[in-house]
Write a protein that binds this ligand. Structure first.
Ligand SMILES: Nc1ncnc2c1ncn2[C@@H]1O[C@H](COP(=O)(O)OP(=O)(O)OP(=O)(O)O)[C@@H](O)[C@H]1O
Length: 361
């Protein structure tokens, strides 16, 4: 099937600065792809390029197979929701939602139906006559989503739609957007966020951006469990990243690596070239042991700091061979003690070998 959104080698420059650099991405019908990256990485620019608000220096944008590069935004047939709601303050909720279909010449009876339908989809049917100022932030954002849906777009663009809301509301609205996504099997959704929880929760696939370039793209699970790069490991969840040497294959998808004087095993492709690489381990995948005997995947060190975080301890360990590692452990047992010696242990499949090169953010 033709993807709803196709960005092909899209490049955007502002005053000779390249802020989006040969960015390619597709979003299928019924798919929600999150564009995730740090501030200034070009996420909004990518979305604006799809919407037609910024011209491409080179590359192509296709929507439902149609080349729309150079076409003005109002002819691209898409729904757009931004962070700041942007509802018309002098219009009622219903009038706001009716605006899109009205300006596209939809018949009056059909407009009323679309307004009802769209408001019902976001649970705001009983607020049709209110003014935007009589609504909470979350309610306003629901109306903004209803307004975008009212034009029955094939493509829905959401730019940090929840970032102006408080944490509780954000979590509630994340569930709402997830439900909406599943109720719209024909719509391609591009969701820009810097929030990894939103991306992990909502996205079928995540595209990680850094400095205008696509770093990695894949399903949320794949990128989280088997990050292809140190940047994605650290940005999508927390990760300890340590310099290692790859020695060779231990068995299928497990490599033998060297960290200082320690020989370890960790996940990685069997055909990985020997030489410099990095080991990424999630803090909650490391265990602290007080038994100092030798064994596989054991790294001795000294506990340098312990933070109690309610449900977990966050322990910093200075490794004997140099480098610091953070461990997250459930706060069920006794607290680790700063100053004491400890051994860190991890399962081979919980350490992931990633390339040595760092990506600038
Ligand atoms: N109109 C503009 N003129 C010049 N530079 C711009 C313009 N808009 C964005 N930029 C620059 O382009 C780069 C990417 O900006 P963009 O807004 O796409 O990043 P972002 O990843 O969405 O960031 P944030 O999460 O902070 O919104 C930034 O360096 C920004 O300063």
């Amino acid at each position: 099937m033709t993807p709803g959104i196709e960005l092909d080698q899209a490049t955007v420059t502002y005053q000779r600065n390249t802020v989006l650099d040969g960015f390619s991405l597709t979003v299928d019908a019924g798919e929600l792809v999150a564009v995730l990256g740090p501030s200034g990485s070009g996420k909004t620019t990518a979305l604006r390029a799809v919407a037609g608000f910024v011209p491409l220096a080179s590359g192509t944008v296709r929507l439902s197979g149609r080349d729309v590069t150079g076409m003005p935004p109002h002819r691209r047939d898409l729904g757009l929701v931004v962070q700041s709601y942007a509802l018309f303050p002098h219009m009622s909720v219903a009038e706001n939602v009716a605006f899109g279909p009205k300006s596209r010449g939809v018949r009056k009876v059909d407009i009323a139906e679309r307004v009802r339908e769209s408001l019902a989809m976001v649970g705001m049917a009983s607020f049709a006559d209110r003014a935007p100022r009589q609504l909470s932030g979350g309610q306003q954002q629901r109306v903004a989503i209803a307004r975008a849906l009212a034009v029955k777009p094939k493509v829905l663009l959401l730019d940090e739609p929840l970032s102006a809301l408080d944490a509780a509301l954000r979590s509630e609205m994340t569930a709402e957007i997830d439900r909406l996504h599943r109720a719209l099997p024909a719509v391609s959704i591009l969701y820009v966020t810097h929030d990894q929880t939103e991306a992990l929760t909502l996205a079928d696939r995540i595209a990680v951006l850094a400095a205008g370039k696509l770093v990695d793209v894949g399903t949320a699970q794949d990128l989280y469990l088997r990050p292809p790069s140190a940047f994605t490991a650290s940005f999508l969840g927390a990760a300890n990243v340590l310099p290692v040497q790859v020695l060779g294959a231990e068995r299928t998808n497990v490599l033998r690596i060297q960290l200082g004087e320690h020989i370890l095993t960790a996940a990685g492709p069997a055909d990985h070239r020997p030489g410099a690489a990095q080991l990424a381990i999630r803090p909650h995948r490391l265990r602290i042991e007080t038994d100092h005997s030798d064994g596989t995947n054991r790294l001795p060190g000294r506990i340098s700091a312990v933070q109690w975080r309610g449900s977990s301890f966050r322990t910093t360990v200075a490794l004997d061979g140099g480098g610091e590692v953070v461990v997250e452990s459930p706060a069920t047992g006794s607290a680790p003690t700063a100053g004491e010696r400890a051994v860190l242990v991890f399962d081979p499949t919980d350490g992931v070998v990633v390339p040595a090169e760092l990506v600038a953010s």
